[in-house]
Design a protein around this ligand. Sequence first.
Ligand SMILES: CC(C)(COP(=O)(O)OP(=O)(O)OC[C@H]1O[C@@H](n2cnc3c(N)ncnc32)[C@H](O)[C@@H]1OP(=O)(O)O)[C@@H](O)C(=O)NCCC(=O)NCCS
Length: 177
Amino acid sequence: MIRPFKKITPIFSESVYVDEQASVIGDVELANDVSIWPGAVLRGDVNKIRVGLRSNIQDNTVCHVEHKSTWNPQGCPLRIGDDVTVGHSVILHGCTIEDRCLIGMGSIVLDGAHIQSEVLLGAGSLVPQGKILESGYLYLGSPVKQIRKLTDEELAHFIYSSTHYVKLKNEYLEKII
Ligand SMILES: CC(C)(COP(=O)(O)OP(=O)(O)OC[C@H]1O[C@@H](n2cnc3c(N)ncnc32)[C@H](O)[C@@H]1OP(=O)(O)O)[C@@H](O)C(=O)NCCC(=O)NCCS
């Protein structure tokens, strides 16, 4: 379901796949080759959501934003960079995720958190409000702790994962199911 809110309609670039069981509402922009999987909700009603090239937002993930207020004049938009994999049943709220990250299944990322490029967030992690996760590391836990530097294989996996999802969504777009 794709629908406008307050006359702002989601904008999709080329070859975007939004599953018919996903919901995309309001001020949401999806760059080329983004895929949004069944049950995912991207609700850009009180602030904006931007998703970069080739990123995938998997089943039942909830993406929302924080509104603008006197104590937080810009509110908290949600920004997801290029080649980001967001696993199943994640909650992303008003945070920033830079390029080439993997957000493990069932994780929760709170307002103002900033995940730098090439971070692997283990399944079931919680990233507190405003926390900065440093580029090139594995983080785990609730609340997250920095565990170790990523290996070359793990660093390469970010692009492997986003490329895999681009191929998969192309099959869905071609209805080779
Ligand atoms: C964290 C992860 C990357 C594995 O990293 P690793 O360094 O190979 O870790 P290991 O499997 O060797 O486990 C090391 C320890 O961390 C623990 N651990 C593993 N994953 C964990 C997690 N997500 N949260 C908390 N602890 C975790 C293990 O139980 C183990 O603990 P122990 O030493 O007490 O036995 C992996 O478990 C993970 O969470 N991947 C994300 C997968 C995902 O969600 N992908 C999205 C697909 S859609």
